[in-house]
Design a protein around this ligand. Structure first.
Ligand SMILES: NC(=O)c1ccc[n+]([C@@H]2O[C@H](COP(=O)([O-])OP(=O)(O)OC[C@H]3O[C@@H](n4cnc5c(N)ncnc54)[C@H](OP(=O)(O)O)[C@@H]3O)[C@@H](O)[C@H]2O)c1
Length: 315
């Protein structure tokens, strides 16, 4: 189907959210092992404004022009040769490195999963980059066990809100940090205690936890190391913790790199199943139409959360 077009948000240079421009671009065609998906909803991840603004230019330089976004949900439109696991018309979700702020995207089938019927497209679009990261950090990096205690920073955010629920389901004792506006929300997700990070330094009221999940970095990461019991672990989503500090405290500390390869079909399916069964809830902070991607970035950039921001692309 050559010469077909689609609407997509593209970025031509680093800058403010206004760099997110709605344009008409060629519609991609799936190659061997790929599927073309008609996108219905796309998650807005913080990394996307960090790339767009140039904050990550040394770490993840952009090639212009590009279509931002990666965590999507939609319907299979076409499959490339050799694809037998998916077919046209199936509702799916997953992760693409070909841009998610668009009417269509191309995705490798290894990172695509069937969307349970009960999940909305917006909910499904919140799984990759949120739930999948929480899962790998808790269970692959920290190997969280029932009965352990865990402090989850940013517990109301796109990652944190899932992390609280997964940890609670595993039988861990969960403490979360959040702003005053999100105290009740985080408690309802299953945190036994919620600390208002704006008024209470967490290290004054928490000590000897088994695990810290750091979604903030910097000073929060350094202070978090002090409240872990010997033999415990800090997992940061943001940066490599100081190994000198970890050794001195007899704890382990690592950056979550387990989530860097895109999530497998199996992990996506496992999490979708938990949401489908009602064990875990996906929370959507706000839904913007695709053309208002700049407003979505402005909201993401302000650093507060309540689940995942999502772009609505099609009904
Ligand atoms: N390395 C990786 O694989 C990876 C993967 C995913 C995400 N990340 C990074 O992890 C971070 C979190 O991602 P996200 O999607 O959860 O972001 P998000 O949805 O924007 O949520 C961020 C949360 O941080 C909270 N917060 C802000 N300042 C805080 C502080 N001083 N103490 C405690 N909480 C604070 C906010 O809480 P309130 O709303 O209550 O103010 C907000 O809910 C982002 O920086 C993202 O880029 C890394």
């Amino acid at each position: 189907m050559a010469n077909e077009v689609m609407q997509a948000i593209r970025v031509h240079q680093y800058g403010e959210p206004e760099q997110l421009q709605l344009e008409v671009v060629p519609r991609p065609v799936p190659k061997e092992g790929e599927a073309l998906v008609k996108i219905h909803a796309t998650g807005v991840l913080p990394i996307e404004w960090k790339i767009r603004s140039g904050t990550f230019r040394n770490y993840m330089p952009a090639t212009f022009p590009y279509i931002p976004g990666s965590a999507f949900a939609g319907i299979v439109e076409q499959v490339g040769s050799g694809v037998t696991t998916f077919q046209k018309g199936q509702a799916v979700f997953g992760r693409t490195n070909n841009g998610g702020y668009a009417e269509y995207t191309i995705v490798a089938t290894e990172t695509l999963a069937l969307k349970p019927e009960a999940l909305s497209f917006a909910e499904a679009a919140s799984i990759s980059g949120g739930a999948t990261v929480a899962w790998t950090a808790l269970f692959e990096c920290a190997e969280l066990q029932a009965g352990q205690s865990i402090l989850i920073h940013g517990a109301a955010g796109g990652v944190g809100a899932f992390a609280v629920q997964f940890a609670r389901d595993r039988g861990a004792h969960v403490i979360g940090t959040a702003s005053s506006a999100n105290q009740a929300f985080v408690a309802a997700l299953g945190a036994e205690r919620v600390i208002d990070y704006a008024t209470t330094p967490f290290e004054q009221v928490v000590r000897d936890v088994d695990v810290v999940l750091d979604t903030i970095g910097g000073d929060v990461l350094r202070r978090s190391m002090q409240i872990v019991k010997p033999g415990g672990i800090v997992v940061s989503l943001l940066e490599e913790p100081s190994q000198d500090q970890a050794r001195a405290l007899r704890i382990r500390a690592m950056k979550n790199t387990a989530s860097l390869p895109f999530p497998s079909t199996q992990l996506l399916q496992t999490i979708a199943h938990l949401i489908d069964e009602g064990q875990v809830k996906a929370t959507i902070a706000h839904i913007f139409p695709l053309r208002e991607a700049s407003l979505a970035h402005a909201l993401s950039q302000n650093g507060h959360g309540h689940g995942r921001i999502v772009l609505h692309v099609a009904d």
